[in-house]
Structures are given as structure tokens and as C-alpha cells.
Design a protein around this ligand. Structure first.
Ligand code: NI
Length: 192
């Protein structure tokens, strides 16, 4: 396993890749599993709770997530990631999604303050369906269908947007989006 560089919106080259539409995976083979292993390690190291392959520069329809043991339903699902939490392996619950599709979404809308490893340190509220029914292939290539809600539903819809070249800031006003990108650029300049 290897930690890969996460593409961010502060530069044109990364942004161009992040806007690409990811291609379906023909078969979940060892190569795809190696990608998922790298993505998971990269996500844990960041730390984050979800990552799409395009964020590490691989434009295939692959997503990893780990919500740990966070409560996955109801109104009260917004615990911020706790410092050092990703280090607690006992709370790990890795999930893998290949070629995910949403086959049903609720009319009921859920608002959540989202963030993204490609837009570091910027958070804003996005509204999405509160419940969705998913179809995807898992780590072993087995077809799964499941209904999810709360933070799980937020996270998978956010990651699936990445597969279409869409970032969560694309759901915001142009002013907020420009502010977010400016903030990430400033961070990158400070880190350089
Ligand atoms: Ni993201």
C-alpha cells in the first residue's frame, strides 16, 4: 500500500483532472483492489472519511469511505472528526464502492456542512436527498444494493459527484466557490 498525492483545487493541472468524468471499471481485479488499498491508506492519513479515485488522479469509478462508528442516521449526525481518531484502528469500518449508482433518492432533503480533501480547510452547507438506494460492486466485485441515510448518504453522494467531475463547492454560489478556491490557493502559497 502507498499514500498517494491528493489533487487540490489550488492549481490548474489538478483542477482539470478533478473535472474529468471517471470511467466505469470493467472488472474488480487485483489492480483495482490495490488502488482501493492505496486510496484507503491515503484517506486515513489525510485524515478524511471519503475519497474518490479521481482525487488521487485515477479516473475510474472507485470510492472508499470510512465513517468509523459514527451514528449514521437521525438529525444528530454531525460529529466533527476528532483529532487522532483515524489512528484508532478499532473504530475502522472501511467501505468500497465500484461503479456506484443511485437507483432511488428521497424527496426529503438533508443539509450537512461538507468538506473535501481536494478543497482543504473549507466547509459549507450542501443540501442533498436524505436517503438514497445504492447499487455498486464491493471489494470482491460482488453486486450489492443497499439503502443508506444520514452521514452515509451525504458522503456517498459527495463522492459520487467526484465521479462526474463535480465538487461540493459547485453546489454553492459562485461567490462562495471563488472564496473557497482563493482560500485553498492561499493555503498552498503559505505551505510552499
Ligand atoms: Ni470530496
Amino acid at each position: 500500500m502507498a499514500i498517494r498525492r491528493i489533487l487540490t483545487v489550488d492549481n490548474a493541472a489538478d483542477t482539470a483532472v478533478l473535472k474529468q468524468i471517471s470511467a466505469p471499471v470493467a472488472e474488480v481485479d487485483d489492480g483495482v483492489r490495490a488502488l482501493m488499498d492505496d486510496m484507503l491508506e491515503t484517506m486515513y492519513a489525510a485524515p478524511g472519511i471519503g475519497l474518490a479515485a479521481v482525487q488521487v488522479g485515477d479516473v475510474r469509478r472507485v470510492i472508499v469511505m470510512d465513517l468509523g462508528d459514527r451514528v449514521l442516521e437521525g438529525e444528530d449526525v454531525a460529529p466533527e472528526p476528532v483529532e487522532g481518531e483515524a489512528e484508532d484502528h478499532s473504530r475502522r469500518n472501511p467501505r468500497y464502492f465500484v461503479n456506484p449508482e443511485i437507483v432511488w433518492a428521497s424527496d426529503e432533503i438533508y443539509a450537512y456542512e461538507e468538506g473535501c480533501l481536494s478543497v482543504p480547510e473549507y466547509f459549507d452547507e450542501v443540501e442533498r436527498p436524505g436517503k438514497v438506494r445504492l447499487r455498486y460492486l464491493d471489494y470482491d466485485g460482488k453486486a450489492v444494493e443497499e439503502e443508506v441515510e444520514g452521514l452515509f448518504a451525504v458522503c456517498i453522494q459527495h463522492e459520487m459527484d467526484h465521479l462526474e467531475g463535480v465538487l461540493f463547492i459547485d453546489h454553492l454560489s459562485r461567490l462562495k466557490r471563488e472564496r473557497a478556491v482563493a482560500k485553498v490557493k492561499k493555503l498552498a502559497r503559505m505551505a510552499a
